[in-house]
Design a protein around this ligand. Structure first.
Ligand SMILES: Cc1cc2nc3c(=O)[nH]c(=O)nc-3n(C[C@H](O)[C@H](O)[C@H](O)COP(=O)(O)OP(=O)(O)OC[C@H]3O[C@@H](n4cnc5c(N)ncnc54)[C@H](O)[C@@H]3O)c2cc1C
Length: 404
């Protein structure tokens, strides 16, 4: 590949903005154009369901300071949506009539919250504007119903309780966060919310949402001043699809280990990227903060021809009431062996998931001095026995298992 003179980035969120900043920080001298639908400069989403929603902050965490883009000659076009990619002409057309030719194109369009069909008067949470308006609504609502007990649903439930609302969470599965954490660890989160006054309607779906009521498939009628739908997100791949790029079975844009799409000059990062992960020997698509940030930083060199595989393990964090946690790796909770070190009831523990005797995922809950050891165990998928994980010095274990 020859050196690109102009790189166009579609999506001014965490992945896109991190790529632009990294290109400059690594000395790329060419033109960078970043198109972003929102009118805010690029920001990180995690505070939207935590500090901002709780009322502890009025702004998200910005990816870079306000002056960064101007000072580094990044042509950041806010309030501008890319509407078409013409691959033959290497051109992106935006909704303001702008046309942007590119030598390399990066797609970082993120996800849209999934909607509940036939329920127009409900809220979703994706942007800073959603978060500020939801916070205001939480402070006035008496009865809040949250549909979906994933990370955003449970964090929002904690915030709504902080605002004093009566909160019911509806979830199809038998426990919150069940597919990610499995029953034992999911139970910790369920108890935490129950102790904080959240009501659960588990194992049931939603039949209908109408003015002031939510009717469940088990016949229950819940009254609500406010309904938040938090049933996951769908990758925004319409542009990529229309441009004829390959999509993966998981709905994302198919990229190889170097984050390269099926088109020669087009890359993708963040929520939309279904990338071939060499450690797992399969495609993974990760809708988490660290993935967008790390892939955004990683792809910068590849846009310039480096061709380096992205090998980082998935990582995410959550804060709910007084519980803080981090999770690394990718477990299959139905088949991997769970090992717990510490006290589930006190909510101070480490959890490990073992597959064929190797650590494939680990979680720390209210324990903050084990991060490096957990990262080493998970990143290397190191061998360990349940006894070692429960009793050994984890740094020493990681060191000896990795042969260092
Ligand atoms: C409320 C909330 C809380 C979260 N909390 C956590 C957390 O605690 N921990 C964690 O690990 N992860 C968390 N996440 C997930 C994490 O923030 C995302 O995985 C990450 O932001 C994805 O980055 P991205 O760059 O792929 O997309 P985004 O950050 O969504 O950015 C995509 C941007 O592209 C723009 N865009 C889309 N289409 C176009 C177009 N055609 N033209 C121009 N612009 C376009 C969008 O408007 C958007 O601004 C949270 C997500 C949400 C919504």
């Amino acid at each position: 590949m020859s050196d690109p003179r102009r790189i166009v980035i579609i999506g001014a969120g965490l992945g896109g903005a991190t790529a632009a900043a990294t290109l400059r920080e690594q000395g790329y001298p060419g033109e960078i154009v970043v198109l972003g639908t929102e009118n805010h400069r690029p920001y990180e989403l995690p505070p939207l369901s935590k500090a901002v929603l709780l009322g502890a902050a009025d702004e998200p965490d910005w990816v870079r300071d306000e002056g960064f883009y101007r000072e580094h000659e990044v042509d950041l076009r806010l309030g501008t949506t890319a509407v078409r990619i013409e691959r033959g002409a290497r051109l992106v057309v935006d909704d303001r009539g702008g046309e942007h030719t590119y030598d390399r194109l990066l797609l970082a369009t993120g996800s849209s919250p999934r909607a509940l069909p036939g329920a127009p008067d409900v809220r979703t949470l994706r942007t800073i504007d959603d978060s500020l308006s939801l916070r205001d609504a939480f402070s006035r609502a008496q009865r809040v119903v949250i549909i979906g007990a994933g990370w955003i649903g449970t964090e929002a439930a904690a915030a709504a309780r902080r605002h004093g609302a009566d909160v019911t969470v509806v979830e199809q599965a038998a426990a919150p966060l069940l597919p990610v954490l499995g029953p034992e660890i999911a139970g910790v989160f369920q108890d935490l919310h129950t102790e904080n006054g959240v009501h659960w309607k588990l194992g049931t779906g939603v039949a209908e949402v109408s003015a002031g009521t939510v009717r469940l498939t088990d016949g229950t009628l819940l009254r609500a001043d406010l309904v938040l739908v938090a049933i996951g997100a769908a990758p925004r791949v319409d542009l990529a699809h229309a441009a004829g790029l390959d999509l993966a079975d998981d709905g994302g844009v198919a990229v190889d280990a170097t984050l390269h799409t099926s088109a020669p000059d087009v890359f993708a990062v963040g929520d939309i990227a279904s990338h071939y992960h060499q450690h797992y020997g399969k495609r993974v698509r990760v809708e988490h903060w660290a993935n967008a940030k790390n892939q955004g930083a990683h792809v910068a060199a590849n846009l310039l021809g480096a061709d380096q595989p992205y090998l980082r393990s998935p990582y995410f964090f959550s804060d709910q009431y007084a519980l803080g946690c981090e999770y690394r790796g990718l477990a299959n909770v139905d088949t991997d062996q769970l090992v717990v070190r510490g006290d589930l009831a006190k909510r101070e523990f480490l959890a490990f998931w073992l597959r064929l005797g190797h650590v494939v995922a680990a979680m720390n809950v209210n324990i903050w001095d084990a991060g490096d050891a957990l990262a080493a165990l998970v990143d290397g998928q190191l061998p360990a026995t349940p006894e070692q994980l429960r009793e050994s010095d984890l740094s020493a274990l990681a060191e000896s298992a990795s042969g260092r």
